[in-house]
Design a protein around this ligand. Structure first.
Ligand code: HEC
Ligand code: HEC
Length: 358
């Protein structure tokens, strides 16, 4: 071994030793399953927010994002806010099969949770928005959701001095800070604070062998050994890729409607027909009904359907009960969000339009 190589080898050994010594995770000697959990998943950080690459966290941005999140005046009708369909009091969803949007219209898909959404590889069931910033511009303009235009949304925000000040504080030094893009950036930063740390399973992963009970532990083993983990892994226990719904057996049209081609609508690639983003299973017990069709209300039924459709392994009733028990250990501390007092309108605020009585 030449000197350079030897120095390298010694350095490497030192680094490995150091990383073993200082590794923050504790592997409980009596529970080898913890090491397995650590290799497959990651706990949600307890830092209060996730760092975004191109949109650094500031308190001013997060506060502005919180105001925008709850403000129905971003919708044409002043009746609908982001929180209408992603209610932070109910796990970040609306508990509707399909959300009710502008003028009482129902959308085409079930509303996904906002909790931990920052960790998904892309946004929407079909991944058509790359990140939360791009995503946030969608619903404001969607005719089935908030039915607004960027121009009208910006005019509305500019008409209220309270908002102009909040945008100036969030985007200091910008000549014209009240823009549609900055609105989306502030919402993205706020959404990156919607994390749910300290789920029992996360505590287990961090080395607390007693954080989950024997049944939940068996459920976790089944989840891994039956193959659920091949599509629901990583920090969000899902949200890492697109997979056809019905790999083995196509569910019936009530669960998998024929007219929603999923990821194919974004890529036009044949193999993506009926493929959807594998959803995060965190807080899953709080967010029925399940699937992009919002067709199934019972978590146990959803697990059974996954076994048939994705694994071709019929799960016994006992397996289903145990896997479901494990899934319930994925519920973390819900973010405590103070409801903002919103700026008052002025004479120049464009008035609401287009919400007829049913
Ligand atoms: C009328 C109901 C409705 C409103 C209002 C609404 N959303 Fe949504 N949202 C949905 C539905 C339904 C989807 C899934 C659509 C799809 O995948 O095609 C979704 C998807 C999302 C996603 C993707 C999550 C994921 O895991 O893929 C994010 C993020 C999001 N919405 C944020 C927002 C924000 C921010 C606002 C306010 C500016 C908002 N939504 C307003 C219903 C709504
Ligand atoms: C081949 C990939 C794959 C496998 C294996 C798989 N899933 Fe899924 N899972 C998905 C996809 C994709 C969806 C979204 C389906 C849809 O709504 O279109 C999903 C949806 C779900 C949902 C509903 C989530 C929601 O928010 O509506 C649950 C619960 C779930 N899976 C649990 C499981 C369990 C438990 C197993 C093992 C028995 C499993 N999955 C195996 C890919 C997979």
């Amino acid at each position: 071994m030449n000197r350079v190589l030897r120095t390298f080898a010694i350095t490497l050994a030192a680094v490995v030793t150091a990383s073993l010594l200082f590794t923050p995770m504790v592997v409980a000697q009596d529970d080898p399953l913890i090491a397995r959990a650590q290799a497959l998943f990651e706990p949600i950080p307890t830092t209060g927010y996730a760092e975004l690459d191109d949109n650094p966290y500031t308190e001013a941005k997060s506060e502005l994002g919180r105001m925008l999140w709850f403000d129905p005046r971003l919708s044409a009708s002043w009746a609908i806010s982001c929180n209408s369909c992603h209610n932070l009091g109910t796990g970040g969803v609306d508990l509707q099969s399909k959300s009710i949007g502008h003028d009482w219209q129902r959308g085409g898909r079930n509303s996904p949770t906002m909790l931990n959404a920052v960790y998904n590889l892309a946004q929407f069931w079909d991944g058509r928005a790359a990140d939360l910033e791009e995503q946030a511009m969608g619903p404001v303009q969607d005719s089935l959701e908030m039915n607004n235009t960027p121009e009208n949304a910006v005019a509305t925000l500019k008409s209220m001095p309270g908002y102009v000040e909040a945008f100036e504080a969030a985007f200091p030094g910008e000549a014209d800070p009240v823009t549609f893009e900055n609105m989306a950036k502030a919402i993205e930063v706020f959404e990156a604070t919607l994390l749910t740390p300290n789920a029992p399973f996360d505590l287990y992963m961090k080395g607390d062998a007693d954080a989950i009970n024997a049944e939940e532990r068996e459920g976790f083993e089944l989840f891994v050994n039956k193959g659920c983990v091949s599509c629901h892994m990583g920090i969000n226990i899902g949200g890492t890729g697109y997979f056809p719904f019905g790999v083995i057996e196509r569910p019936d049209a009530f669960i998998l409607p024929e007219d929603d081609l999923g990821r194919y609508q974004v890529t036009n690639v044949e193999a993506d027909k009926y493929a959807f983003k594998s959803p995060s299973l965190r807080n899953i017990e709080l967010t029925p009904p399940y699937f992009h069709s919002g067709s199934i209300w019972s978590l146990e039924d959803a697990v059974r359907i996954m076994g048939d459709a994705q694994l071709g392994a019929t799960l016994t009733d006992d397996d289903v009960v145990k896997i479901t028990a494990f899934l319930r250990t994925l519920t973390g501390d819900q973010p405590v969000v103070e409801f903002p007092i919103l700026p008052e309108i002025t004479e120049s605020t464009p008035l609401p339009t287009g919400m007829t009585m049913p």
